[in-house]
Design a protein. Sequence first.
Length: 489
Amino acid sequence: MTTPVTVQFEKTGFEALTDAEGRVALIVGPDGKLGAVAKRLDRATRGAIGRALQGKAWDKLKAGDALDLSYPAGLKAEAVQLVKLARRADTAEARKAGASVGKALGEAGVVVLAAAHPRAAEIAFGLTLRAYDFALYHTAEKPAKGAVTMLVDDPDATSAKAAPLMALADGVCFTRDLVNEPANVLTTTDFAERLAAMREIGLEVEVLDEPALEKLGMRALLGVGQGSESPSKVVVMQWNGGRKGDAPFALVGKGVVFDTGGISIKPAAGMEEMTMDMGGAGVVSGVMRTLALRKAKANVVGLVGLVENMPDGRAQRPGDIVRSMKGDTIEVINTDAEGRLVLADVLWYAQERFKPTGMINLATLTGAIIVGLGHENAGVFSNDDALCNAFLKAAAAEDEGAWRMPMGPAYDALLKSRLADMKNSCGRPAGSITAAQFLRRFVKDDVPWCHLDIAGVALPPKETTLAPKGATGWGVMALDRLVRDMLEG
Ligand code: BES
Ligand code: MN
Ligand code: ZN
């Protein structure tokens, strides 16, 4: 696992900036006006900062972007970074400003002058997220990132504001680590152990093994994992920070630690990306971690189905018929449509055991959602307008792309099977929607539910504002906010 970069808040002063041997970053308004301390720093550089702020390059910068002055005369620092951010900047702009600093962070560290900026905590949050680096397997030892000090006028107040955001950053980075890990490291057993370790931060964690799942009748889930050497597991994480005895809200995640496709095997090109097929489970785990770290006043249960989809002499075949925990039978047309089989049983179990007030599941479920929405938006499917709109609002506030997709009986009809109650795959048309309809059959009518298809956003092909290339942790921020708005409000 990686350790997120932490930010130390200290009282605004001049010496910390002139003593800095790494980088220095100044948060400056678009007008280029400097505060008292920054003015002194400008004098120390014999006006280099002021001249840069009068140039074209500064004018062209958008909110949150930055400009570098390398080896400024008069300072020990290796660079001064001028970060454009108005005092009235919104959350996204402030995080982006922090990300500009975090992206440039090296081993010598950085001292950031934020002074009285009202969004200093959000700047620190963006910095931490963008400084994330999954470098565990680069053997030519990459030097660790240096210390981050942020100079603010009121360190105590800023630290207090930053605390829940740092819990959130920790959760996001936990998710990213899980998604970035290769499948020979993150086996179902290793995944479950990492979740069990969260007992230390106050989560109640249970690990259900194959005999337990067999007893519960989860044959849909077990069928997916039966070709793998790694035993299938369901992990239940409970955070009960709300009123005692109140029914929880449930989060459910697809945790396919590797998806070869099974007997309906995938083509070789790009198959290595299927290490991220546990992305839904990763997000659920990251959210639970954040809720525990910030001691959320809400009852939330997170359930993840951990399996590996492998071809083998014991693997499930196309044409097999399995009975789900609910009792419905499923004809397995395509062993590569495995995520819905896993989720069907975990969704049903979540409802039977916890009678949740609502339920959101996340899954890297279909390639079709990438065809439809690319890497900009996750697909949102729901049986309940109020829950769906609350989620979309939270996602928009956190700048995490999410777009609602249609559902309906005509799509459900496509699941009809000659031999069983339904089939698990029905071809290319509306592939993401038929997958959602399949899941909906395992959701009780009176349970408000959303399905988030995150195949396109969990591991996009390029870096994003807040993440380097690799896993994003998409959804942790939106779900943390949803819990805050809907359950803690
Ligand atoms: N894990 C894949 C979906 C996926 C594709 C995630 C690309 C991330 C990137 C899923 O299990 C799958 O294989 N879905 C099939 C369903 C089809 C067989 C009905 C697909 O999308 O092709
Ligand atoms: Mn698959
Ligand atoms: Zn899959």
